[in-house]
Design a protein around this ligand. Structure first.
Ligand SMILES: Cc1cc2nc3c(=O)[nH]c(=O)nc-3n(C[C@H](O)[C@H](O)[C@H](O)COP(=O)(O)OP(=O)(O)OC[C@H]3O[C@@H](n4cnc5c(N)ncnc54)[C@H](O)[C@@H]3O)c2cc1C
Length: 386
């Protein structure tokens, strides 16, 4: 950014969403300033993500955004040279009961209409794709071969480097303490180190989004809940897709695991009931719970040694869908919050959508997407593939 020039946009949060958004805005010629209270890029929820990237969702908004994100992740190394450990292994939602078979089959219509490459496979066909699945009781499952995974830290760092080259400025170790307004319009922000003027301020503050929205007098339903992840030792490749089992069990909802580009199996489980709050200390219940379920669905995993576990935060919304849109009470205040368990995969596609919003170039399809994600929706539905 040129000296003494005010940015066009201030982004609060250099995480899974704020960083690719800044990159996309800088690419479009906007002057962008990103402010994060942590010491470097991606140190909030971003670095806790396990790296799953899918367009396999239950609604057109997330499917469309993530189809674009997948293009960005899949072509990144080829176009920009940085290794982000992208691996196109696909996603498979497996069904061991008629309930899950029905849910997954019902979603195929909307998924296919939105252009997702996905099909239902009966048990023998699915075992051809994932030979190590437990065949006992397996009904079948979906397989979406164009989904994949990548390293959240390498990817966000690659977006940060490119954003910087394009002129975006990042300020770390600096906390936004006020959103400044005048006559119903955003004027800029105040931090613990100074004041910055801009006509657009983006809230991309992840699990802290409600606290930041309150600085603009806005109450938004984003609450952090905690999820744990783990990683094993690296072994030779034996597993292609991310395996997702959405059956509930005592103490947990779904769980999912995949083999990373570098050989480790990375895994996660959704606790049930949810564990609300900001606590990121690991629990002793996570590993026995998730490993029991994983070994049941893939007995071969019992020989793997777990190297590390960690706990992080999902910025949750009541219906499991993100909140993206302009604040109606304060012109220039843009919300890109409530990413739940999908902020990493939404990031690049959402960043481009936000750029079109700021440039007032959103088209009819964007407007439809934004209606699904509106801050002013009723939050009555429930995302089926959270
Ligand atoms: C165990 C686990 C596994 C997951 N797996 C996946 C996965 O496989 N795929 C996927 O897509 N997602 C996954 N997620 C979810 C993903 O991590 C989040 O959805 C995503 O990181 C949210 O992105 P964000 O940019 O909104 O928030 P963040 O990445 O947390 O960024 C928000 C930033 O805002 C900054 N900030 C907050 N308040 C202020 C302030 N006042 N001033 C300045 N800066 C501020 C924070 O420091 C932070 O860096 C997982 C999460 C967990 C915990």
């Amino acid at each position: 950014m040129a000296a003494n020039k005010s940015p066009d946009v201030i982004v609060i949060g250099a995480g899974s969403v704020g960083t690719p958004a800044a990159m996309s805005m800088a690419e479009a010629g906007l002057e962008v300033l990103v402010i994060d209270r942590l010491p470097s890029v991606g140190q909030g929820s971003n670095k806790r993500a396990i790296g799953g990237l899918r367009a396999t969702h239950s609604d057109p908004a997330k499917i469309r955004i993530c189809l674009r994100s997948l293009e960005v992740f899949a072509t990144w190394e080829q176009l920009h040279g940085d290794k982000i450990e992208w691996h196109k292994g696909g996603y498979s939602y497996v069904a061991y009961r008629a309930e899950e078979e029905r849910t997954l089959k019902e979603l195929l219509a909307v998924q296919k209409t939105c252009g997702l490459n996905i099909d239902w496979h009966d048990a023998p066909s699915l075992l051809g794709i994932i030979p190590d699945l437990n065949p006992e009781g397996l009904v079948g499952g979906t397989f979406s071969p164009d989904d994949g995974n990548a390293s959240p830290l390498l990817a966000v760092h690659a977006f940060y480097s490119r954003a910087g080259k394009l002129g975006a400025e990042f300020r770390f170790d600096e906390r936004v303490t006020a959103i400044l307004a005048e006559g119903g319009r955003v004027r800029g922000v105040r931090t613990d180190k100074g004041e910055y003027a801009a006509p657009v301020v983006v809230n991309a503050a992840g699990p802290w989004a409600a606290e930041v929205a309150a600085l603009a007098g806005l109450d938004i339903p984003v609450r952090p809940d905690s999820h744990e992840g783990g990683v094993t030792e690296a072994v030779a490749r034996f597993l292609g897709p991310m395996v997702v089992d959405i059956r509930p069990a005592p103490g947990s909802a779904n769980y999912y695991f995949y083999q990373h580009d570098t050989g480790q199996v990375v895994f996660c489980i959704t606790p049930c009931p949810s564990i609300w709050g900001m606590d990121t200390r690991e629990t002793s219940t996570f590993l026995p719970m998730v490993s029991g379920r994983m070994v049941e669905v893939m007995p071969r995993l019992r020989n793997l040694r777990v190297r590390r576990t960690w706990r992080g935060l999902y910025p949750m919304t009541p219906d499991g869908f993100p909140i993206v849109g302009w604040d109606r009470a304060l012109e220039g205040h843009l919300l890109a919050v409530g990413m739940c368990g999908q902020g990493f995969m939404l990031g690049p596609g959402l960043g481009e959508l936000m750029t079109r919003m700021v440039l007032r170039k959103a088209d009819e399809q964007d407007r439809e997407t934004l209606r699904y994600l509106s801050p002013y929706r009723e939050f009555k539905g429930q995302e089926k593939l959270k």
